[in-house]
Design a protein around this ligand. Structure first.
Ligand code: DSN
Length: 423
């Protein structure tokens, strides 16, 4: 046995069967405990959520919907899935919830399957401007099978709604997608709905990144406006890896059919149980405080970076995420993300709008506050994190070992201040 507190028992069970995998999980646990996690789409779930993911529910096939299954023996998973549906509807104020999508991309795929036909025109935000692969990237099913018209952001890093409207009037899409995986401003869902109505298009709001902020009222909700709202459950929402679709009752039957048998087979009931638990946690007053702190922490990090002379796309953030723009420093996102990793900070390289570099190199690094906020970081810790990042940017070409070592020490001190999965 090692000394990983609450994780010891799980590791011990795995060790007995498969030492190779156990060692790697142990290493991953140590990595998560000892690094500052700034990947904006990651988080640390509760032990209860993790326990459900590892429960006997993984053994059960349950194709179909609660109380309308193709297999027998579903009396327990029926109730669990129903609980998840009820909680999802309550949390977001939605008429209907399908909690079966295995991921956000599959949730989006199911909406495509229901709302449009191959060859139809769909509008979505360009991936390199902050959109998502499944919003029409040419290498994704969405870009391969549909006629995609992409919109982007202006020089202030903001969606140009007038341009979105112009494009919609010109191309008459059947579906408009709003929502992003790297966008730091508040999204005007009402405006998107007005544009969609003008051209008689369906509106899909993908809130995967901002779900917790929407659920707690710190970001306006698209639920009153959008025909479909998709989300992942593992980002700000802090649940297991998975997806959810919310929609108006009039689309419920069609969406359910699109999920199964349209794009998926048997639902992952162990993950659905974990979603139910995460949704219960998200309905608590503590979660509302957490969501507020995510934003306070992101703003503190952005302020610290700007104070250190660095640029943030759009000049700051209104949510949980920001993109460091390294063009002024003549540095690349690839080099900076790599030196940050050596210094004990995990982040991902990301394109900035109109990036002169390729997506493999980039001029930016995306930074987010959800995971460190779960750990307990407060504004003062984000300021220190910003200072460490600024020092790392300076040595991203040379990676001077003595400075890297000093920065690693500083980031480890922050991690030790907020232990992870130890009690
Ligand atoms: N890959 C996710 C992210 O990092 O934002 C989006 O699906």
């Amino acid at each position: 046995m090692s000394d990983y507190g609450v994780m010891d028992m799980e590791l011990e069970i795995i060790r007995k069967t498969d030492l190779e995998v156990a060692v790697l999980i142990e290493e991953e646990l140590k990595r998560q405990q000892n690094t500052i996690e700034l990947i904006a789409s990651e988080n640390f779930t509760s032990k209860a959520v993790m326990a459900a993911c590892g429960s006997v529910l993984t053994n059960k096939y349950a194709e179909g919907k609660p109380y309308k299954r193709f297999y027998n023996g579903c009396e327990n998973v029926d109730k669990i899935e129903e609980l998840a549906q009820i909680r999802a509807k309550k949390l977001f104020g939605a008429e209907h919830a399908n909690v079966q999508p295995h991921s956000g991309a599959q949730a989006n795929m199911a909406v495509f399957m229901y709302a449009v036909k191959p060859g139809d025109t769909v509008m979505g935000m360009d991936l390199s401007n902050g959109g998502h692969l499944s919003h029409g990237s040419p290498v994704n099913f969405s870009g391969l099978y549909f006629n995609i018209v992409s919109y982007g952001v202006n020089s202030q890093g903001e969606i140009d709604y007038d341009n979105v409207r112009e494009l919609a009037l010109k191309h008459r899409p059947k579906l408009i997608i709003c929502g992003a995986s790297n966008y730091s401003k508040i999204i005007d869902f009402k405006r998107f709905k007005e544009i969609a109505d003008e051209v008689n298009a369906y509106l899909l709001a993908d809130i995967a990144h901002i779900a917790a902020l929407v659920a707690t009222g710190y970001h306006p909700s698209p639920v009153p406006y959008a025909d479909f709202v998709t989300t992942t459950t593992h980002k700000t929402l802090r649940g297991p890896r998975g997806g959810i679709i919310l929609c108006k009752e009039k689309h419920a039957l069609g969406i359910d059919k699109a999920v199964f048998p349209g794009v998926q087979g048997g639902p992952l009931e162990h993950i659905i149980a974990a979603k139910a638990i995460a949704l219960k946690e998200a309905l608590s007053p503590e979660f509302k405080q957490y969501a507020n702190q995510i934003i306070l922490n992101a703003k503190a990090l952005a302020g610290s970076l700007i104070n250190e002379g660095l640029d943030i796309v759009g000049g700051g953030t209104e949510n949980h995420v920001m993109t460091l723009d390294l063009r002024k420093q003549n540095k690349t996102g690839k080099d900076v993300a790599n030196v940050l990793e050596l210094a004990g900070i995990t982040a991902n390289k990301n394109t900035v709008p109109n990036d002169p570099q390729s997506p493999f190199v980039t001029s930016g690094v995306r930074l987010g506050s959800p995971a460190v906020t779960t750990r307990g970081f407060k504004e003062i810790d984000m300021i220190e994190t910003g200072k460490i990042i600024a020092e790392a940017v300076k040595i991203s070409d040379t990676k001077e070992p003595a400075i890297v070592k000093e920065l690693r020490k500083r980031s480890l001190e922050l991690c030790k201040k907020y232990p992870l999965y130890t009690d």
